[in-house]
Unconditional design. Structure first.
Length: 342
């Protein structure tokens, strides 16, 4: 038989006091003598009393829960973001309600509605790559539920953001390739609707401009094209290519497979750089040079921003762009400038 949950009323009857007296004693309220407070707290501990979070949320208008919406769990990036969030929220006494959009617009909209219905105290989210309408985000703001967005920017939504500096990260990656002697660098782009795709593409172009390398539209490939491997294979057979910069490590891996199947040496003939520094970058051969976005820091800072808004609804919106780090491995040659110092 299921054990009956001990209530404030049970404690009040046992000590012949009112439920309100028990409530004040357990919640630090006044007008309860120290002796009586100690008796109540001791009995509550003995009986295994636990506060009812639903009842408390109705009284305080707070649920001590935070909603989180991320595209998926399979990417190491989002698992590290989650770890960063939990490092902050758990210490602050908040529980996470986690939803995934699976990069689908309809599922993302449903997830936001679910979290609003659950009366979460705030929401952390990364919008999905297939979303180009943001009425559901505006609905969150209109409900006065604090919202912090991570990794991807929505120009239409005025809220707090934590992102990585994708422009600078891409610039550093391509600048490195150019310094090692590459001049014909393929760029495999990310989804068109994402700010991250645009910023990485702009970083690619800026690095070319710095080194006075003409921009060549033919070197640009769409990462979501199902024929991507074949198109790269066809292009490299008749055109000089000595570098690849991909929107993600997974797209970089696609390029690695194409080059390997064509018998093209990496990095001697073609150097490759990915993005996000996923575990796959150390599992492939050769190991992949990649851009680390500091996802743990992204999660912890975003959680801090959200807690600030929850505690003070009038606090100003906050924005943080995290510096990235290029992690060099064997898919690229040594930096020529660094070599000159050896």
């Amino acid at each position: 038989m299921k054990k009956k949950r001990v209530s404030i009323t049970d404690i009040a009857k046992a000590l012949n006091v009112t439920p309100s007296t028990v409530s004040r004693a357990l919640n630090g309220g006044g007008k309860v003598s120290e002796k009586k407070k100690q008796q109540i707290q001791a009995l509550a501990k003995e009986l295994g009393y636990r506060p009812n979070p639903i009842a408390r949320s109705l009284v305080e208008n707070k649920t001590q829960t935070i909603g989180l919406i991320i595209p998926e769990f399979t990417h190491h990036f989002y698992s590290r973001v989650l770890a960063g969030i939990e490092s902050v929220t758990s210490k602050a006494g908040y529980q996470l309600l986690i939803c995934t959009s699976n990069e689908k617009k309809r599922q993302e909209i449903k997830s936001f509605q679910t979290l609003l219905d659950a009366r979460v105290d705030g929401i952390l989210a990364t919008v999905c790559k297939k979303n180009d309408e943001f009425g559901h985000l505006q609905e969150v703001l209109e409900s006065e539920t604090p919202l912090v967005l991570m990794d991807r920017i929505c120009e239409e939504i005025e809220t707090s953001y934590v992102i990585s500096d994708d422009f600078e990260g891409a610039f550093q990656a391509v600048d490195f390739l150019l310094q090692t002697g590459c001049t014909q660098i393929i760029h495999i782009k990310g989804p068109k609707v994402l700010s991250t795709s645009f910023n990485r593409f702009m970083g690619y172009k800026e690095a070319l401009r710095k080194h006075q390398i003409p921009y060549n539209e033919e070197l640009i490939f769409e990462g979501n094209d199902p024929e991507l491997p074949e198109k790269i294979r066809t292009y490299i057979k008749t055109n000089p290519v000595d570098g690849v910069f991909a929107y993600s490590d997974y797209l970089a891996f696609e390029a690695v497979n194409v080059l390997r199947n064509e018998g093209i040496s990496i990095p001697d003939k073609v150097a490759i750089v990915g993005y996000a520094d996923e575990p796959i970058s150390t599992y492939v051969t050769p190991q992949l040079t990649s851009v680390n976005q500091r996802p743990f820091d992204m999660g912890s800072i975003a959680a801090g921003f959200l807690l600030n808004q929850i505690q003070d609804p009038n606090s100003p919106l906050e924005f943080k762009s995290l510096k990235t780090e290029l992690v060099t491995r064997s898919s690229t040659k040594k930096n020529q400038l660094a070599r000159s110092w050896e």
